[in-house]
Design a protein around this ligand. Structure first.
Ligand code: SF4
Length: 406
């Protein structure tokens, strides 16, 4: 029987890769990244979204570079962000004509902190190797790292066909799904080998192999981690909308991270129309935080509520506090070092309220149905006071602000 993993395994030691000022792999903490969905040629819109993603906690941001206009916009985006004090590494996402865009726009090539290329579509069939080599040579010239990002939706069909033929000749020991997984792994490894042969150092290469099914992702990355020491970018592609995307990404990446696999993550959520793009950053942070890898924002423990809570005061208070903490973190992190370690409890009644509040740095147990309208507040494990009256929520927020300042 497999031993039960009661804590994450040590991170598998992968080669560290510097992306701007951020290190991926080599024992560094798992890095959160995200991607814009603006037209990169729209400098204002892209600057605003990159800044919002960075403020939310994204430590690297990927932008689409799909045509001359977007490549020409990249240096302006980088400069505008710098003037706003947003120094986040920008990653250029290239498909089909990356070699041409990087060659024709040297300012773009210099402004980006990393290039992401897809070996399945760096060029059309007969030109693929040549164009792949051109991008790698440009990366070497500009001293940039490259993420070789295989995606099952644009997998190298020649490689897949060859592996299927070989499997058939050998009597089909592998299922079709297993052959597909092997093709994804091989596509990443062969491309990395090729990049190294061209001269890109090992500490300039990150690999990813994205698929859309949880079990496929786990199988592919376990294999990739076993067969290479390249830093790994984790992500479930086309994870989907709403809770489906959050659950699928968390399940897949949680299992891999627990096994020490993954040096940077992106949660690819399909945003609701007009939805907030920063949600993917929040989910990534919460995944790493709940698993104990990193601490980004104070934890707000709140009970789920039940028939003993007929008012929504405690849910509203818990949500307000969580939102306030998250919004203020960029400033507070600098002003109050260690604030992200704070634990706050907002509980619905006396059943679990006092107990949970005592375990927090500061906690409140709001009155449930039939209880005296009084809310005991616990600070550092001791009952500090009892709040009463209609302004309990506001009073507790003031106490919390005072506590953080102290
Ligand atoms: Fe219900 Fe009270 Fe438990 Fe909250 S603490 S879930 S209100 S019994």
């Amino acid at each position: 029987m497999q031993p039960f993993l009661d804590r994450p395994l040590e991170r598998l030691r992968k080669v560290g890769v510097r992306v701007g000022d951020v290190v991926v792999g080599g024992g560094a903490p798992v890095v959160v990244q995200s991607m814009t969905n603006t037209d990169t040629a729209d400098v204002d819109g892209t600057v605003a979204q990159v800044a919002a993603l960075h403020r939310a906690g994204s430590e690297m941001v990927r932008i689409t570079v799909d045509r001359d206009e977007s490549a020409a916009a990249v240096p302006h985006i980088r400069d505008r962000l710098a003037r706003l004090g947003v120094n986040v590494p920008l990653i250029g996402d290239f498909h089909y004509i990356g070699h041409k865009l990087l060659a024709d726009h040297p300012d773009c090539a210099a402004a980006l902190a990393k290039y992401r290329i897809n070996p399945g579509n760096v060029g059309f069939k007969d030109k693929r190797d040549k164009q792949f080599a051109e991008i790698i040579e440009l990366a070497i010239r500009h001293d940039k790292p490259v993420r070789i990002g295989v995606n099952w939706g644009s997998l190298d069909q020649d490689l897949l066909t060859r592996l299927m033929d070989e499997n058939q000749k050998a009597g089909s020991p592998l299922t079709a799904v297993e052959v597909m997984r092997e093709a994804i792994v091989q596509s990443a490894l062969i491309s990395a080998e090729l990049a190294e042969e061209i001269g890109l150092p090992r500490d300039r290469i990150i690999l990813s192999a994205k698929v859309s099914q949880v079990q496929d992702l786990i199988a592919v990355y376990v294999e990739l981690a076993k067969r290479s020491d390249h830093a790994l970018h984790l992500g479930l592609t086309e994870a989907g909308m709403g809770t489906k995307g959050v659950v699928a990404s968390s399940a897949a990446m949680g299992i891999l991270l627990q096994q020490g696999i993954g040096d940077t993550i992106r949660i690819s959520l399909t945003p609701e129309p007009g939805g907030d793009r920063t949600r993917e950053v929040q989910v990534a942070q919460e995944l790493l935080q709940t698993m104990g890898f990193r601490q980004f924002v104070p934890i707000v423990a709140a009970c789920p509520g039940c028939g003993r809570t007929t008012s929504t005061v405690f849910q509203e208070l818990a949500a307000t506090i969580q939102d306030d903490l998250r919004r203020n973190m960029p400033v507070w992190r600098e002003k109050y070092p260690g604030v992200e370690e704070l634990k706050v409890a907002v509980m619905g009644c006396i059943v679990n309220g006092p107990g949970e509040s005592k375990h927090a740095d500061i906690g409140i147990s709001l009155p449930g149905t039939g209880e005296t309208p009084a809310a005991p507040v616990f600070i550092d494990g001791e009952k500090a006071m009892t709040l009463r009256g209609p302004a309990i929520a506001d009073d507790f927020q003031k106490l919390l602000a005072d506590y953080i300042e102290r």
